[in-house]
Each structure stands twice: as structure tokens, then as C-alpha cells.
Design a protein around this ligand. Sequence first.
Ligand SMILES: *Cc1c(COP(=O)(O)O)cnc(C)c1O
Length: 820
Amino acid sequence: MNSNTQNDIPFPEPRRSDPAVLAADIVERLTYRIGKDAKAAKPHDWLTATILVIRDRIIDRWMASTRKTYESGGKRVYYLSLEFLIGRLMRDAVSNLGLMEEVRDALASLGVDLDIVAALEPDAALGNGGLGRLAACFMESMATTDIPAYGYGIRYVHGLFRQQIADGWQVELPETWLAHGNPWEFERRESAYEVGFGGTVESALAPDGDARYVWKPAERVIAVAYDTPIVGWRGNRVNTLRLWTAQPIDPILLDAFNAGDHIGALRESNKAESLARVLYPADATPAGQELRLRQEFFFSSASLQDILRRHMQQYNTLENLPDKVAIQLNDTHPAVSVAELMRLLCDVHGLDFNDAWELTRRTISYTNHTLLPEALETWPVPLFERLLPRHMQIIYGINAKILLSARKEKGFNDAQIRAISLIDESGDRRLRMGNLAFIGSHSINGVSALHTELMKETVFADLHKLYPDRINNKTNGITPRRWLMQCNPGLTRLLRDTIGDDFLDNTEALQALDAYADDSEFQKQFAAVKRANKVRLAQVIQSRLGLKLDPSAMFDIQIKRIHEYKRQLLNIVEAVALYDQMRSHPEMDWVPRIKIFAGKAAPSYHNAKLIIKLANDVARVVNSDPAVRGLLKVVFVPNYNVSLAEILVPAADLSEQISTAGMEASGTGNMKFGLNGAITIGTLDGANVEMRDWVGEENIKIFGMTADEVTKVRAEGHNPRAIIENSRELAQALHAIASGVFSPDDPGRFTSLVDGLYQHDWFMVAADFDAYAAAQREVDAIWTDEKSWHAKAIRNTARMGWFSSDRTIRQYAKEIWRAG
Ligand SMILES: *Cc1c(COP(=O)(O)O)cnc(C)c1O
């Protein structure tokens, strides 16, 4: 759009999308783009050809969206996230374009099955868990709600590792989602920026006589953009996910190469490319790795340069930056953006410090995702200073300004000053990225009502006193397109037949289903859909694990990253206790249960990996014991990812959301299950609290300590040994685990895990055990009363519509971004 002549070039005619045209286009792509004869084409070739044809339909709308934003002068939203856990895109795109039947028919006319081809698409697993999945749901919801938005992240060559289970242990294998190329993306050679590291800062006099600082980096790499279009529901808007890859300035050092140093000649190249090579596994001890800080700066800097270039090209002034640009930091990973935006404004665009600060703060906002002090990123000052010397100066400048005003205007004392400072001076000096993100933002949001309140009381208590208007809540959500319509077509069909199509555009219209909750005819249909989803899951498990599951048993599912605070251990210990009870009391009428687990542990997280082994060891013993045949099974499904979640979630009867209260910021898995008609057993943690309010406390099974109680018990000292000795079931189960009943080959394998419960029980597994076990027996009682179970399950689907990420995004747009 540089000149009028270019503006006058008309759009090409939008592509037609009836099955015959689609089929002809697919064959055309297969032949001329992939170079394959239809007779020789492999399923992967069909997948690529189909994606290319769908992509064309998207491009028409993508360009229209981009033009619309430019012409309206609307505010653009930039979502900076080190993680995007996207999963597969094809079904999402086809469904949002409303072309599912057309594409299915087109492929069928060529003798190709859409479902088989779609299942070949690799999961884009550029994230660890909830935080990355939230970013992906938000991208889809921003397009759906017609907000001009760009996602910015890193195009990791290797996403989250692939998990194999070998002899019950987790084994990590590299993920290679790009092995067959990625037909969705466009490489944008023209959108390339230099990003520097290290070096020195020089000062010079600007023409106006002010001091100007010039950073002379010692190393430089090139950030190159790859764009993926993200289609909103009904194809109304298409936004861009822009992921950066790193390339060397000098791809090959020719002098070295010619001198015979063939490896050394590629040194620069390898070093640059390592930046975008791997996604860091979360929940390891805070990645102390320098590479992690380099990744954070690399993608922040490239994104900000791109944002300012786009803004200047359209407006040629920075004065209106906060009116036209909103930058959302997804957690502290992009927090260095605060300093980088300041540097670009001051050193490159010549603004003075105070004006730049005003613009920065009004443009940036920050979402906090965790209260765990050890999970809030900090960097050793010497490392940061060596890598980003100019940014260190700027941060000292910001700190001086803020601390001075806190002392003078708010009368902060020394302890408060220490708490809000950007530098933690308590040990070796560290830079606090949480405080930097907070101070550099006009809005700081938590992700559930409880989490937001706890944020005000704990990690940001003193900053909240300094800036009482900045903290606000935006409870997370999930996109109902992926997490209802695509993953549960059977339920979607039944809902459309029953309450009409309103809920497709407004998830809260599901409320109309409430009227059918006690209708026995509808209950039968609802139950039939659930059963079909359970049969589908049973088939997957049988083919992957050779294990036969009875779909009439209760499917009790806990799937999420493996972490002590999420308390998979509590669930496993309860399974062991139940197993014991079933064997001791064969005369009782036990409800048949299948406990299903899936999730990855961070590779360096020892206890989490031991918990995976325990689940598998317990599964082996329980599943081969004829005494509980038909009553209890334990299953660990390997390699949890978005696509597996899409099969597991619709098949759940019971959803396990049992984190230690106060530790799960929101959770989104809980929402997926509720929407798909599972009943939740859970603690009053994260968004469970709001789910209880929405679905009604009679339709959710809440148990255990509250966040306040956990805090109190931890402060006053907790005696888990006494609790264990008072609970016969718990003591027996722990004894069985610790004495090697499930690990006869290595009886001491789990002693350390059990000792942890006796000694400190930090995550309140022992403390909550009896309440949890009792709640499970109440769940059994509801299950036995079939009508009551179905009514509750239906009311969950009916009342979960508020947890759509469309609602979350509308709140961000209205209250934080003032956009859309
Ligand atoms: C939704 C989702 C998560 C988050 O689950 P929680 O139960 O909220 O921790 C993690 N991983 C995947 C693949 C998901 O789809």
C-alpha cells in the first residue's frame, strides 16, 4: 500500500468453494505445487494439497481484514507470548469457514477420507500447557470478535517434547512438527529485523544538545517472520500469528571455510539458529539458562520493532501510540519489552525519557499467571547487564524514578521500597521481571477472581498499594469452536436439534438447555452421545495400549501437566485406597470406575516423573488383578497434547480439578470438561470457584481446604503424620505404596514420595485425603442414581457458556485495550 497505483489494483475474485471446485483445486495443487500424480499421492500429499486449497480461501478474507484495519484506523492489539499451544489447524480453519461438508465431499469424490487425512496433521505444540493453550484460544477469539490482533511468538523448530512411556517411566523424544514442512505459514523475508546482544553503550550529543545513548551490540542476529493466518468463527475476520525465527547475519564465514575450517565457518549460523530451536519446558527450576533470556529478548525486540514500523508507516508519529496500539504481555516472559520499548523510543526515535515512559506505560499491559514466588522470573544482574547493557541502564533509570516517587508521594518505608524495587538486593542481585512488567503496565490482570485477589495480597501487595487501580481480573476462557463444536460433533448436533443454533454464535445461549435437564427423553439422547464419545476413546486406548475399557464404567479423567500442586498423587493414593476397599469388601456394590491420567512432566522435575511411574506401576497391578476386574482400572495415556485432549475431554464423566487451593491460577481444562457435560470434583481453587457459582453447588462436587485454610495451616505448622495416623485408609494406602506393593522390583522406589507426605505435606495431599475420598463416594452415589447424574451433567453444559474465551476477550478489549 505504498502508492495509489498499488491501491487501485483490484482484489482477485474470491475462490469458489463448492465441492467440485474444491476437488479440482486440490488436484491442481497436488500436481503443480507438490509435484505428485494423484495416482501416486500419499495421504500426507493429500493433506498438504487440501491445506493449500483451504489457505487460499483464507487469504481472500485475510487481506480484506488487513485492509479494513488500515482504512478504519482502528486500534491494533498485539499479544506477545513465548508459547502458543495451537494443536492442529485444519479442522479449526475448515469449520470456522463453514466448509466442513464441502471439503469432506470434495475429498470423498477423490477417494480420500477427510478424517484420515486430518489426523495426519502434526500438533503445533509451541507451548507447555494452559498458558500456551490460552494464547491459542485467544487468537481464535480475537478473530471471532473482530478485533484486529497479531500474535507474536517464536517459531520453535522443536516444540514441547514427545512423551513415551517405557517400563512406566517418562522418556522425552524431540518433537518434529516441521518434518513435512508447514503449508500454513508464509515466510516474510521483507519483515526482518536485527536483534543485538552484548557490547557497549556509547553516549553522543544529539543536535538539541541532549545526551543520546547508542548501543553497540557485540553480536547481532536477524529475526525473520513467518505468518500463519488465524480464522475466526464464520470466517468474518482473519488475524495473523507472526512467529520469529533467527538467522545469522553471515550465514557462512567464507574466509574460515576457505581456510579449511568447515565447522568453524558455520559457527555464527549455528549460534543464531539455536535461538529458535527449542521450547523451554516449564516448571523446571526457573530456567537459569542464558539462552532463555536471549529467546525472550529476541522475540520481544523483533516484535516491538515490527509494531513501531507498522505504526510509523501508517501514522508517522509516536504521539498517538497508546491510542492505536495495545501490547499485552502474556506472563513475564516478554517483560523485557518494557525496557526495549523505552530503548527504541528514546535511542532510535529520539523521545525524552519521561515522554517515552508515559507512552510505554499507556501502551503495555501484563497478565500474571502464577503466584509461586519461585516461578516469577528473575535474572542475575551481571548476566542481564552483560547481555543487555543499555536495557540495564534504562531499568536503573525507571527504578530510580519509581522508588523516589513511592518514598516522596506515598511515604513508602524501607521494607516497602525493597519489595517494589526492580532489583532484589536480598542475595546476589537479581532483576525482578514481574515487578518490571507491573511497573511498565497500565493494567495488570489475574486470570480468575480468586487468583486476582491473592495477587493483591501476596506477590504484588506493595505494588498494589502504590498503584491501587491497576490490578484487575479477567477470568480465563476456552474457545467453544475447538472445545465443543469440533471435539464433540455429536453433542453439537444434539444441541442444535434441541435448542437451535443461537449457541453457535453466543455460547451463553446454552442456558436454554437447562429446561431439558430433567427431561428423560433428552437425558437418553445426551447419555447416548456421551457413550459414543467413550467408545471412541476406548478404541484409541485399545489401539495404543492394548487395554480394553468398558464404556459403561465411570470415566474419571485427570489430564494436565504433572505437577505436585495439581495433585495427581492425591488421585493415585485414593485409587490405591479404593482398590484396597474393593478387595476387602467384595460383597459391596462398587461403582465401576476407570481412572484415566495423561500429562507430561518437566524433564528435570524428579518428583513429577516419579508420580508418572507410580501411576503406571499402580495401573499394572490393578489392571491385572482378577479381584477388581470390571470394577477398577487405571490408565496412563502417553503424550498428552491438544489433539489427545480433544478425544479425552468429550469422553469424561468425571473431571478431576483437585489442585491445592490457592495454587492453580485459573485452569482451563476444568472449563473444557464442564462444557462437555462432565461433573467436576474439585477444590475451591482458580476458576473452579466461579464454575461453582455458574453451575450451582449441587452440580459440582467441591471438597477440601480453602486457600485461606492452606495459608493458615502452612503458617501455623501442619502435622501430617498425625493426620495420616488418624486415617486408616490413607495410612494403609501409603504403606502399600512405600513398602513396594506396586514396585516389587524396587520396593524403595516410592519411599521418598511417601516420606514427603509424612514430613511436610506441602501440597496438603494428606490433609485433604479424607475429604477427597468422601467426596468420591458421594460421586459414586450420584452415579448410581442415573437420572440425577444426567440432570447434573446437562446443567453443566447448559451453564458453562460464560467460560467462552469470546467473553474473556470482550472484557480485555473493553476494559484493558479499549479496542474493537
Ligand atoms: C487445556 C489444556 C491444558 C491446561 O489444562 P489445565 O487442566 O487447566 O492445567 C494443558 N494442556 C493441554 C494440551 C490443554 O489442552
